[in-house]
Design a binder for this molecule. Structure first.
Ligand code: MF3
Ligand code: CO
Length: 264
């Protein structure tokens, strides 16, 4: 079952790490710049500057015709928000998703930032989604089945009663943005592959305060929750290791409960 999933050797993983580091640097810098009054189009323009400064390729721009430099998804937008005239307000949450290409190798990462004073329930959503990502990463180890990653995410999120998005999932990444396998954030009804060292996964839980159901807007990209409830999204690119996933898009955590001043 895992025959067609590439494994990368240490030299290749070093190259993936360079792409991951650039992706993380751009993401982190954008996250720190988000403030009330800014438009999502301004975030996109800032991303264009950062990609130019890093002299790296952009994994999203032009992918299947995607028109943005990054995905910038506010509140009820789950993923694939395109920068435009929408104004970011105090109390909003903004999901940023950035992918870079260095020497033909891909990095992919995402996080959700709270803007100003955000409702405690929403802060809980962020903390739970970030923690779910790390629970998944922990299970990305040789000898496990991929379902251990997916199940760890589902089992952590489920008791909170939040919605687990099914229509969008994580994925293999490497020489292309999307490679085998799919990485659902729940136990799917189909069989998943065994994990071998050097497989590269983009793990990316998308969790909502309400329904797990999403719909895509007229622009053919923007995915919003069906019920308008708010959504969070955290993503890392990791290499399957002997003790757990080795994070290639390392960044400081931003949604630990103590950082947000909440308890789970
Ligand atoms: N992290 C998302 C994904 O892996 C972002 C893709 S945006 C796209 O699907 F434009 F490239 F599709
Ligand atoms: Co991704």
């Amino acid at each position: 079952m895992s025959d067609h999933i590439p494994t990368r050797n240490p030299g290749e993983i070093a190259k993936l790490r360079r792409a991951g580091e650039v992706s993380a640097r751009i993401l982190t810098e954008l996250a720190s710049a988000i403030h009330p009054g800014m438009t999502t189009g301004e975030v996109d323009a800032m991303a264009a500057d950062l990609f130019a400064r890093e002299k790296c390729g952009n994994a999203f721009f032009g992918y299947a015709g995607y028109p943005g430099q990054l995905c910038v998804s506010v509140n009820e937008v789950v993923v694939h928000g395109i920068g435009g005239s929408r104004v970011i307000r105090d109390g909003d949450i903004v999901s940023l998703d950035v992918g870079a290409i260095v020497d033909g190798w891909y990095g992919d990462n995402a996080l959700t930032v709270p803007v100003g004073t955000v409702r405690p329930e929403v802060l809980r959503l962020l903390a739970v989604t970030e923690e779910a990502l790390y629970r998944g990463i922990e299970q990305a180890k040789q000898g496990n089945n991929l379902v251990d990653v997916c199940g760890a995410i589902e089992d952590f999120v489920r008791p909170f009663g939040f919605g687990i998005v099914q229509d969008y999932v994580g994925h293999g990444v490497g020489r292309r943005l999307h490679e085998e396998p799919s990485v659902p954030n729940f136990r799917p009804h189909y069989r998943l592959p065994h994990l071998r060292r050097g497989m590269i996964l983009a793990i990316e839980p998308m969790i909502t305060l309400g329904s797990y159901r999403v719909r895509v807007l007229e622009d053919k990209w923007t995915a919003v929750t069906e019920d308008g409830s708010w959504a969070a999204h955290f993503e890392h690119t990791v290499a399957v290791g002997s003790h757990g996933g080795e994070i290639l898009t390392e960044r400081p955590r931003t949604a630990l409960p103590q950082q947000l001043g909440i308890t789970l």
